[in-house]
Write a protein that binds this ligand. Structure first.
Ligand code: HEM
Ligand code: CU
Length: 577
């Protein structure tokens, strides 16, 4: 078949208008995302200095009125805006190119526009200090309508890639009946289905409670119901942060290091399990909330440990794929394969280093997930220590890694400097590791998270936190290194877009894999001899997976929400800043 006989096939020639529009839009998603990170990563180190006892905030007025205003901006810009924009770009662009099917451009543009409008609203609400409610916006803290409406738009916009993906897959299947969905598309689709289901919680919280409340249409809200709805989305969001990074690790990295993905089925099993397990366990963020039976808390621990399994599978599958490539490149012995990887490629270095930090992230996550251990670390700096070696490294570094090949691919411009790019990822790795060790360690001394400790009188700060002075110094040091790392990265990122030398755009490094269907664009020769295992065929029934996930979630949440709905709390709003 040729592209002419398939109206929806992606145009082959890169000079084509549709292909150009796709590239431009993808670049716009990247630029928006990384601009948000620029704001967030400017503020983050101020928070690290705060824990080190240095209070920069009086000098920052009137730009920032308080530590909490800054912390709200940091959490929202990094946790929502940065991750959503990059993900909603990637998970449409990569499948479109893998399948050779054009996405619905109008819909993809609408996704961008809705999220951009949302960002504008939230940013306005945060900048005027009307909404220093932090990224979790727990009621009865009360922000302005712009804040909640902005978050509503961001949440809704971030699910819009789902229909685009479904449509592209349907088109592809019409031309290749009976074949298995190609891997990158499969991973993107399960991520978006997971997120579409998960989003129901926070959208219900916003639309039924916080939006009308902030607009004055209703007088009170129920904090515990809203916290529960928030975490119905708030736990899965951590997988919405991780899974796009896994897409790159499974779908691209093995090619970038010069090998093959060691197991296509393992990648699919991982994504299917992440989809099913991540929704029912959201209430593990409420181990310290009232109103849950201890039996349910026990079940939750077991369920939470099972969601760690697919991440362990990922560690081994990716580890083995890296080893395979390292040995192909001549690496010998126990660790020789590791040093034989192409460390000179900043995109590879960033992803391998991100994977290394994830060891600390996974280990601390298991601590958080255990009810008893959670009681020790709850609301201490241990928690942000944990998630900066997950989303702050795995996601952030993998997205940087992607930008290193993708910006040249989209713009036809060479990276302005590989050495600066390498410097930025190594500094980020070292800085984030020092920072996270400091935060988790300080948390074990009971240093509270979300606390403007540097505003305390000096004697009080030392009396309270003197015993944690070594870890807190590490936090501050890590923060300063992260400033250096992020500004170097932004110099490379924006420098390449604006001033990079013209070059032939590099192709997308789609990996080949063992045990999976041959990668197939819509107009490549059909692949009838493919012998996918029954398991892989079963996993390709995405609606079955969706149904199972929805059922498990309903089963988990009805017993929790039912008693709450029968003992309604009516809280008026608080403005504490
Ligand atoms: C919170 C520092 C990058 C997401 C924090 C906190 C610190 C910090 C010290 C804890 C503040 C507190 O509990 O009072 C930094 C530094 C960064 C950085 C130095 C390097 C540039 C990131 C990235 C992300 C991120 C890349 C996500 C993509 C968050 C979130 C919170 C947070 C969601 C929670 C805010 C809250 O508790 O309300 N950060 N961070 N940070 N950070 Fe970062
Ligand atoms: Cu969680």
């Amino acid at each position: 078949m040729t592209a002419d006989t398939i109206p929806s096939a992606l145009p082959r020639s890169d000079s084509d208008r549709a292909a150009t529009s796709m590239r431009r839009l993808m670049l716009a998603f990247l630029v928006m995302g990384f601009s948000a990170l620029l704001v967030g990563a400017t503020i983050g180190p101020l928070q690290a200095l705060n824990y080190g006892g240095i209070d920069a905030y009086p000098a920052l007025r009137p730009l920032l009125q308080s530590y909490y205003q800054g912390l709200t901006i940091h959490g929202v810009m990094n946790g929502y805006v940065f991750t959503f924009f990059v993900t909603c770009g990637l998970l449409v662009y990569l499948p479109a190119r893998e399948l050779g099917v054009a996405p619905n451009l109008a819909m993809w543009r609408a996704c961008f526009a809705v999220m951009a409008l949302g960002t504008l609203c939230v940013f306005y609400a945060m900048a005027d200090n009307s909404s220093s409610v932090l990224w979790t916006f727990y009621p009865p803290l009360k922000g302005s309508p712009f804040f909640y409406i902005g978050i509503t738009l961001l949440a809704l916009g971030s699910t819009m890639p789902l229909p685009i993906l479904l449509k592209m897959r349907a088109t592809w299947r019409r031309h290749r009946p009976g074949e298995i969905t190609p891997l990158v598309t499969y991973m993107s689709l399960t991520t978006m289905l997971m997120w579409g289901l998960a989003g129901v919680g926070v959208v219900a919280e916003l639309v039924l409670q916080l939006d009308p409340w902030s607009l004055g249409l209703i007088g009170t809200v129920d904090p515990i119901v809203n916290r529960t709805l928030f975490w119905l989305t708030g736990h899965p969001i951590v997988y919405f942060w991780l899974m796009p990074a896994y897409v790159s690790w499974y779908g691209l990295l093995s090619r970038q290091v010069g090998g093959k993905l060691i197991s296509d089925p393992m990648a699919r099993i991982t994504f299917a399990l992440l989809m099913i397990f991540s929704l029912p366990v959201g209430t593990h963020h409420q181990f310290s909330d009232p109103g849950f039976s201890s039996i349910w808390r026990g079940i939750l621990v077991v369920l939470t440990m099972s969601v760690a399994t697919p991440s362990l599978v990922t560690a081994f599958t990716i580890g083995l794929s890296l080893e395979y490539a390292g040995r192909l490149r001549g690496g010998r012995g126990w660790f020789g394969w590791f040093s034989a990887l192409p460390w000179g490629d900043p995109s590879v270095a960033a992803q391998v280093l991100a994977a290394v930090t994830f060891i600390l992230g996974g280990a601390t996550g298991v601590v958080n997930g255990s009810w008893q251990l959670n009681a020790i670390v709850h609301n201490t700096t241990f928690i942000p220590g944990h998630f900066h070696v997950t989303v702050g490294s795995v996601t952030a570094m993998t997205f940087m890694a992607i930008s290193f090949w993708m910006v040249p691919h989209l713009t036809g411009r060479q990276l302005v400097s590989r050495r600066l790019a390498l410097f930025s990822v190594w500094t980020w790795f070292v800085g984030m590791t020092i920072f996270a060790i400091g935060m988790t360690w300080a948390g074990l001394y009971g240093v509270p998270r979300r606390a403007w400790v540097s505003a305390l009188p000096h004697e009080t700060y030392h009396a309270l936190y003197g015993m944690a002075s070594v870890p807190l110094a590490l936090v501050a040091l890590g923060g300063v290194l992260l400033w250096v790392a992020s500004y170097t990265f932004f110099a490379v990122f924006f420098g390449t877009i604006l001033f990079g030398r013209r070059t032939a755009p590099p192709p997308i490094p789609f990996a080949q894999s063992f045990g999976g269907p041959a990668s197939s664009t819509i107009d490549s020769p059909p692949n009838p001899a493919q012998s996918a295992s029954p398991l892989i065929r079963a996993l390709d029934h995405i609606w079955l997976l969706t149904g199972v996930t929805a059922l498990a979630t309903v089963a988990a949440y009805i017993p929790i929400l039912w008693p709450f709905l029968h003992h309604v709390t009516r809280a008026p709003g608080w403005i504490l800043w």
